[in-house]
Design a protein around this ligand. Structure first.
Ligand code: TPP
Ligand code: MG
Length: 371
């Protein structure tokens, strides 16, 4: 028993032991080889192709969104290239009944959950119709407040638990987000109530210009879940098969009443933080960029699918053309939306009667707008 006592009273050793446990899970390596056959997820050929199609589609959507932003035709935009596996393979493990709570970089997931693309563009422009969601679409619009969606996800999951619905809340934040109080409160609450929630931390190595190393003394972000008593895992976020596998397992556990999971996906954003003007060359080197581009999620998945005879250049070009066409149509539709007015915001905000002082301002604007 003496040995046990020593362990218990050696907090340094305890920390080391916990941190060493968090090795990054990989199934498909950088060369497109399966390195963990036993963990291969149960996906049909059609599903594998569908996942690749989504990743290619979103790479194009990202390129087109960046250029639309530069032309002044889009508003807020946070680039996604590099994070396709982390975003789309995790979302691929959900059903339409599941509720998605995205951060500002997670537009692709909600588009594939069913948000019409022109509404995503309207949201980007700050147009209220971008947030006018269909009743049966289980999403929130992207959260700008870092980490706040973690608390909301715990709430949504509690609602699902109480109603007995077989569904989960899936939410996303970044490496920076894990320093927020909301992050800890969200995972702790979900753990305490054993809620059906899956919390994804997309560790893209930077919070704007702040590198991951400065974010926390913790060796991993995944280990933060241990303090909340929830299963936590670190996964290669450029590996679509591994990301899918861990998210699917987490969802299955949540549905089985076994509570929440925290998943850290190790990834990288190739572009700037947002299109608002940060310059990544000021805070990271091109060597680092090159190193991460070698891990590209699309490249390795393409090699894997080609090896199985499931993917061709022709197929890829079809997806690229379809994505471009969809973007063209969606931006046309967004352009056709009515110009928003100040009174629109007030009408949406106050369903019943407006407070008298707001009503006074409403009347002033109403008169101005009718001129
Ligand atoms: C509560 C809060 N604090 C600060 C900001 C400003 N801000 C916007 S993005 C960002 C960095 C977030 O980094 P990370 O969580 O790693 O996500 P990433 O952008 O890398 O996807 C910060 C500090 C904010 N939006 N909300
Ligand atoms: Mg980040």
């Amino acid at each position: 028993m003496a040995a046990n006592k020593k362990t218990q009273f050696d907090p340094v050793q305890t920390l080391q032991e916990v941190e060493e446990k968090f090795e990054m899970l990989q199934i498909l390596n950088e060369k497109g080889e399966i390195v963990n056959e036993d963990l291969m997820p149960d996906l049909t050929d059609e599903e594998l192709v569908e996942l690749m199609e989504r990743m290619v589609y979103v790479r194009v959507l990202d390129q087109r969104s960046i250029s639309l932003n530069r032309q002044g035709r889009l508003g807020f935009y946070a680039p996604t290239a590099g994070q396709e596996a982390s975003q789309l393979a995790s979302h691929f493990a959900t059903t339409k009944e599941d509720f998605i709570l995205p951060g500002y970089r997670d537009v692709p997931q909600i588009v594939f959950h069913g948000l019409p693309l022109h509404q995503a563009f309207l949201w980007s422009r700050g147009h209220y119709l971008g947030s006018d969601l269909p009743e049966d679409l289980n999403i929130f619009i992207p959260q700008i407040i870092i980490g706040a969606q973690y608390i909301q996800a715990a709430g949504v999951a509690m609602g699902y638990q109480k109603s007995g619905k077989e569904a989960i809340a899936l939410t996303y934040t970044g490496d920076g987000g894990t320093s927020q109080g909301d992050f800890y409160e969200g995972i702790n609450f979900a753990g305490a109530f054993n809620l059906p929630a899956v919390f994804i931390v997309q560790n893209n190595q930077f919070a704007i210009s702040t590198p991951r190393e400065l974010q926390t003394r913790g060796k991993t972000l995944a280990q933060k879940g241990i303090a909340a008593g929830i299963p936590s895992i670190l996964v290669d976020g450029m590996d679509a098969l591994a990301v899918y596998k861990v998210t699917k397992d987490a969802r299955d556990r949540a549905i089985a009443g076994e509570g929440p999971t925290l998943i850290e996906t190790m990834t990288y954003r190739y572009g700037p933080h947002t299109m608002a003007g940060d310059d990544p060359t000021r805070y990271r080197t091109s060597d680092t960029d090159d190193e991460w581009e070698k891990k590209d999620p699309l490249v390795r998945f393409r090699i894997f699918l080609e090896g199985k005879g499931l993917w061709t250049e022709e197929k890829e070009n079809e997806v690229i053309e379809r994505a471009k066409e969809d973007v063209k149509e969606a931006i046309k539709k967004a352009d056709a939306a009515p110009k928003q007015k100040v009174t629109d915001f007030l009408e949406i905000m106050y369903k019943g009667e407006m407070p008298y002082n707001v009503k006074e301002q409403y009347d002033i604007y109403k008169a101005k707008e009718s001129k």
